[in-house]
Design a protein around this ligand. Structure first.
Ligand code: KIV
Ligand code: ZN
Length: 528
């Protein structure tokens, strides 16, 4: 293997390029709201991500606005916008990232025979000219230009080398060779990087990048093989979200490098103790649950259930643990809080979970914690996180859930009697529905008529046991197409559902302003 394209001082430092907000957000059902994207971007920056791909500015006005806002606020990372080969695409990406401290345009075109013939309907020579034109145009807007050969792993090697050489000559500073369809194997992927870097005469003028999809479950293995072949930038997403089966998971790659540094002698700038929170943040923002047995960040990743394993762990944790849970931000003990815990212990717990709340927020959260502890025997870290996250989201709300009584069971119709506080006034309604959730949502609609459409309703148990808190996510689409997500947790699934719906409605009103046409939350007066 030839040596990588780095000076000796940093030859093993690999750049982490996170595309959660672009390739991740692109997958069906993972849409994030504007505010959620900003929150995720801030977190990635704090965690030490080197490049944040913030979106695809030409795709929609929403994407453009999000990339622009992220470019303006990010302190350390390079902020990147994606574009196809067309002039309009490139200019729009340039416009969106121009305020960033470190702006990058990432421009791509397909190079494989199947993509060129059927998707682009262009001959290879025409594509080669487009590569030169797209990189040249992007380079006139920013100094940092990444060029991707889409479907590189199914591209003819001679043609791939010609396009890479032309892209570097036109000014590309990073060359990405994606396994777009997740078809490659680790040996093949590594060999492709070695081949291109050996054959392309100006290869040392660019950083090579890996970008792997997980269709055959090999995205992380391929990513690391690409590094062994000389790549020094990794494109990945939190929780591995992305098109189809997803992208390579950031947390898995980073921890594989850290844990097996004897065989993968690389370094990243990621603060690994933030990985668990990053996973939770992205899962909450996208409403994509993380599978329980997911490596590194799954709920069971550090849980030892069988007697033999527990016995081994008690004798020495190295028997069954190859990483310390604390190294990815999972606290060892998860069952320490209860109704006898005081304010200081609660504050300390929050600090350990990474929250830094102001006095008022802390007091609110503490009151809610006590109320929960009265109803629930064991309070897990996840319960506290759910409670605080909900508290942060709802402290400014105009509408609050006061009371809910639901009649459910086999002898329908199910009904709900709901009391809301709307701008300080109490309103009560009874409604029926096709199931208790429908009845509850109908009661909300009766008191607050609105045209928002329910796009997603999702429930999951925050912890184990029949007294576990239910965490409900509700996504509403406003009349203008704007998406908002409401989340709430409660041991009662119906109460969590009503609260989550109201959180989302409050957000919709806040976005539009309270005086705009059709913007008001109209309280519909009159009792049931
Ligand atoms: O998978 C892929 O090829 C991509 C490119 C746009 C880089 O996402
Ligand atoms: Zn991709």
């Amino acid at each position: 293997m030839s040596s990588p394209n780095f000076s000796s001082s940093d030859k093993n430092r690999v750049l982490i390029f996170d595309t959660t907000l672009r390739d991740g957000e692109q997958c069906p059902g993972a849409t994030m709201t504007f505010e959620e994207k900003l929150e995720v971007a801030d977190f990635l920056d704090e965690m030490g991500v080197d490049i944040i791909e913030a979106g695809f500015p030409i795709a929609s006005d929403g994407d453009f606005e999000a990339v622009t806002a992220i470019a303006k606020r990010i302190k350390n990372a390079t902020v990147c916008g994606l574009s196809r080969a067309g002039a309009k695409d490139i200019d729009r990406a340039g416009e969106a990232v121009k305020h960033a401290k470190r702006p990058r345009i990432h421009t791509f075109i397909s190079t494989s025979p199947v993509h060129m013939k059927y998707k682009l309907q262009k001959e290879p020579d025409a594509v080669l000219q487009m590569v030169i034109d797209q990189v040249t145009r992007a380079r006139n807007l920013v100094a940092d230009v990444e060029w991707s050969a889409e479907d590189a792993t199914r591209t003819d090697h001679d043609f791939l080398c010609r396009t890479v050489e032309a892209a570097i000559k036109a000014g590309a500073t990073t060359i990405n060779l994606p396994d777009t369809v997740g078809y490659s194997t680790p040996d093949e992927y590594r060999a492709m990087f070695e081949m291109v870097r050996n054959r392309v005469p100006n290869a040392d003028k660019a950083i090579f990048s890996v970008h792997c999809h997980n269709d055959l479950g090999m995205a992380v293995a391929n990513t690391i093989a690409g590094l062994m072949g000389g790549a020094r930038q990794i494109e990945c997403t939190i929780n591995g979200i992305g098109e189809r089966a997803g992208n390579a998971a950031l947390e898995e790659i980073v921890m594989a490098i850290k844990t097996r540094n004897d065989v993968f002698p690389f370094e990243t700038g990621i603060e690994t103790t933030m990985l668990n929170r990053a996973s939770k943040l992205v899962s909450a923002a996208t409403s994509f649950p993380v599978q329980y047995n997911k490596a590194i960040v799954g709920r069971n990743a550090f849980a030892h259930e069988s007697g033999i394993h527990q016995d081994g762990m008690l004798k020495n944790n190295q028997t069954y643990e190859i990483m310390l849970p604390e190294s990815v931000g999972v606290s060892k003990t998860s069952l320490v809080m209860g109704k006898h815990s005081g304010r200081n212990a609660f504050k300390d717990k929050l600090k350990g979970l990474g929250y830094d709340l102001g006095e008022n927020q802390l007091e609110d959260a503490f009151v809610r914690f006590k109320a929960l502890a009265d109803r629930k025997k064991h309070i897990y870290d996840e319960d506290i996180e759910a409670l605080v996250d909900e508290n942060i989201a709802t402290r400014e709300d105009r509408v609050k859930v006061l009371n809910l009584l639901v009649v459910a069971g086999t002898n329908g119709p199910q009904s709900a009697v709901l009391t809301l506080d709307i701008d300080g006034q109490h309103h009560t309604r009874q409604s029926t529905g096709n199931g208790p959730v429908d009845a509850t949502f109908n009661a909300i609609q009766a008191m607050i008529p609105h045209a928002a459409k329910l796009e997603l309703y999702q429930v999951h148990a925050v912890t184990e046991g029949t007294d576990a808190q239910a965490e409900v996510s509700v996504r509403l689409a406003g009349e203008d197409g704007r998406l908002v997500t409401g989340r709430a947790a409660d041991p009662d699934t119906m109460v969590a559902s009503a609260k989550a719906y109201i959180v989302a409605l409050n957000k919709l009103t806040a976005h539009r302003g309270v005086t705009g046409e059709g913007a008001r939350l109209h309280a519909h007066h009159g009792a049931a």
